[in-house]
Design a protein around this ligand. Sequence first.
Ligand SMILES: [Zn+2]
Length: 115
Amino acid sequence: MNCSSRLLCALYVATSAGLAWTSVLTFRFGPLWAACLFAAASVVPVIAVVRETVIADQRRWLLELVARARRGDDAAEAIVRAELDSACCERWWTSLGSEHDVTCRHGMPRSSSAA
Ligand SMILES: [Zn+2]
């Protein structure tokens, strides 16, 4: 996570805390519907923090691929290797994830799947 991402996350957390505090104050002294609205709005910046961390993970993964490419490893080969490692079994791969091999640990017996 770079400096601007950390700054954004700090702003998101501060905004969420401010909205949560406003929700508490509105719950005590204001209409209930407004308190619910502020409570719901205080969750939105938390979602933004999660999104920032996902973007940081993707950026780190991309930098790793670039580093591999510079070392001489083929980036496309690394992507294909990662995809193949995440695949379950050959039948799963060829059936677009709808079926498994009989020997696959994720597969179900045919008799129960046909019933
Ligand atoms: Zn499988």
